[in-house]
Design a protein around this ligand. Structure first.
Ligand code: PLP
Length: 463
């Protein structure tokens, strides 16, 4: 247990310093340290701790490690770029990696989305997309048109503006957002539709929610609708069929921009570079992406804007109009070189095709989890899925205890999976699976075999 890491640090010191000094995302303000598993090395779909214990990475990092860990080619591409040109100002210079990547993304993105604005990650991509929507309306002389419509359970990031359009209520318990800028639509999850209602009727209702919100706010006041094709961290919520196309039509009718937040769904998660057009039949006005763009080797994001919007607000008389938004690291050459190598690997290894091939197995094993009494719903698409667990109602436990029980169930499953070599890290009671896209059918079986054993044991404990 005392083995030191390759850098010579005692794992106990790592845990102590992490507990005492690393203020993590979504950290608890309780006094006890979280004693997180120490990620020490990683290869393929596996993470290893300093003692050499191996874990399948179920969430695939943060839904971003598409090509898997430990690719030497990635390290070499990153090193080469760092040696030849480690940085340049994106204000003053162009460079090969960012120009080639911009062209590549424009070719991959749906329809006429051809202007690529590079950012440092997903939050800054969403932030830039929202700011562009307001900028666009200012330049069209519609400076009233500033509101955003977003959805309950949506997640779009952690900057002030991207958090403002995020709809996970509990995340806002102790943090402020700009409430006047946003209207939220109720949950789109077909799982929560009233008993007896068809999915088609549910879709009608959800499309109507958007139209009603726009009309109530006044279309002259609404800039954009922002939506993840699948609400990822809200619990892998797949809206009903036809929802995307019909909500886009509503937006068009009211001159409201449609921003498709593909931070999770792009780069192969659903078997395509971008999911909006091939999977959901929409060409949005702006698409945001990050995560799988570099498979997590380095941070990078982008928002990609349609020619229609750019053309509408540019012209010979607009020389002095600046989109005064951007980052020191916009189009960072080393990050762009990593993205290019990541895309090259995905192309060479036919990873999009691979995802389409292993998806039926992944989805079948995922959905089979609903046979457990403590599993309320198992849902997903492509290589992403969620197993939502609950203590069944009517077992003499009060509704007030439900959140605590749900949390407890998630924590128990997590602990059992960890013992057996699978990282789950549930969102409360929701176990999310978004493994590296290179996962094989045998590895999918291995992952769900562990999960099933863990759920069976927890079920025996809590029922
Ligand atoms: N948008 C979506 C759909 C996301 O899932 C996330 C992160 O999970 C973000 C935006 C924010 O991305 P980042 O954490 O890279 O800032």
């Amino acid at each position: 247990d005392k083995k030191t890491t390759s850098n010579g640090t005692d794992p106990r010191a790592i845990r102590q310093w992490d507990n005492e000094h690393f203020f993590h995302p979504w950290d608890s303000m309780g006094v006890a340290g979280m004693d997180r598993v120490i990620a020490h090395e990683a290869k393929g779909i596996y993470l290893y701790d300093p003692q050499g214990r191996r874990y399948i990475d179920g969430p695939g990092g943060m839904w971003n490690v598409q090509i898997g860990y430990g690719r030497e080619e990635m390290a070499q591409a990153i090193a080469r770029q760092a040696m030849s040109l480690s940085y340049h100002s994106p204000w003053a210079f162009a460079s090969e990696p960012s120009a080639v990547l911009a062209k590549k993304l424009a070719d991959m993105a749906p329809g006429d989305l051809n202007s690529v604005f590079f950012t440092t990650g997903g939050s800054s991509a969403v932030d830039s997309a929202l700011r562009f929507a307001q900028f666009y309306n200012n330049l069209r002389g519609k400076s009233q048109k500033k509101l955003f419509i977003a959805r309950e359970k949506g997640y779009h990031g952690s900057t002030y503006l991207s958090a403002t359009v995020s709809g996970k209520e509990r995340d806002k318990s102790f943090l402020d957002t700009e409430k006047r800028l946003v209207r939220f639509l109720p949950n789109v999850n077909p799982y929560v539709r009233p008993e007896g209602m068809s999915v088609e009727d549910w879709c009608d209702l959800k499309v109507q929610d958007l139209e009603t919100a726009i009309v109530e706010a006044g279309p002259e006041n609404v800039a954009a609708f922002i939506a993840e094709p699948i609400l990822a961290s809200g619990g892998v919520i797949v809206p009903p069929p036809g929802y995307h196309r019909r909500t886009l039509e509503v937006c068009r009718r009211h001159d409201v921009l449609y921003i498709s937040d593909e931070v999770v769904t792009a780069f192969g998660r659903l078997g395509h570079w971008f999911a909006s057009e091939p999977v959901f039949d929409i060409v949005p006005d702006i698409v945001t992406c990050a995560k799988g763009l570099t498979s997590g080797y380095l941070p990078l994001g982008a928002c990609i804007i349609s020619d229609r919007l750019i053309d509408e607000v540019s012209g010979p008389d607009r020389e002095s109009v600046l989109f005064s938004n951007g980052y020191t690291y916009s189009g960072h050459p080393v990050c762009c070189a990593a993205a290019l190598k990541n895309i090259e690997i995905m192309e060479r290894e036919n990873l999009l095709e691979h995802v389409r091939q292993v998806t039926p197995k992944f989805q079948a094993r995922l959905k089979a989890q609903s046979r457990f009494e403590i599993v309320g719903d198992a849902r997903g698409m492509g290589l992403v899925g969620c197993v939502e667990c609950h203590v069944p109602e009517g077992r003499g436990r009060s509704e007030a205890d439900r959140l605590e029980l749900d949390k407890d169930i998630g924590a128990r499953i997590d602990a059992k999976c960890e013992e057996m070599g699978l990282i789950v890290r549930p969102l409360i009671n929701m176990c999310v699976f978004s493994p590296p896209l290179i996962i094989t059918e045998d590895e999918i079986d291995e992952m769900f075999d562990i999960l099933e054993r863990a759920i069976a044991r927890v079920e025996a404990e809590v029922l």
